[in-house]
Design a protein around this ligand. Structure first.
Ligand code: SF4
Length: 79
């Protein structure tokens, strides 16, 4: 798996330990889900996916978390 999307410090840490930090692991999973496309991860429409708020590899803002909660509630109501 290419680690080109990691900054130099994170890439060096991964090379040394072979372990990604949790947010970076989620980012890697989302890139895998979108065939490596950074743009497709950003545009992911699956707001009910539990990884969605974390897909950019950072802690979500309260606004993003609220959007994910609302989407999850709507998806739950449709079941
Ligand atoms: S948020 Fe879920 S559906 Fe969207 S890219 Fe990540 S893993 Fe895939």
């Amino acid at each position: 798996m290419s680690l080109s999307w990691l900054d130099d410090e994170d890439a060096a840490a991964v090379e040394k330990t072979r372990v990604l930090r949790p947010l970076k692991a989620i980012r890697a999973k989302c890139l895998d889900c979108c065939c490596g496309s950074v743009k497709e991860v950003r545009l992911c429409p699956s707001r009910s996916c539990f990884l969605w708020p974390y897909r950019m590899g950072t802690r979500p803002t309260s606004k993003v978390a609220q959007a994910a909660n609302e989407a999850a509630q709507m998806a739950e109501a449709e079941r």
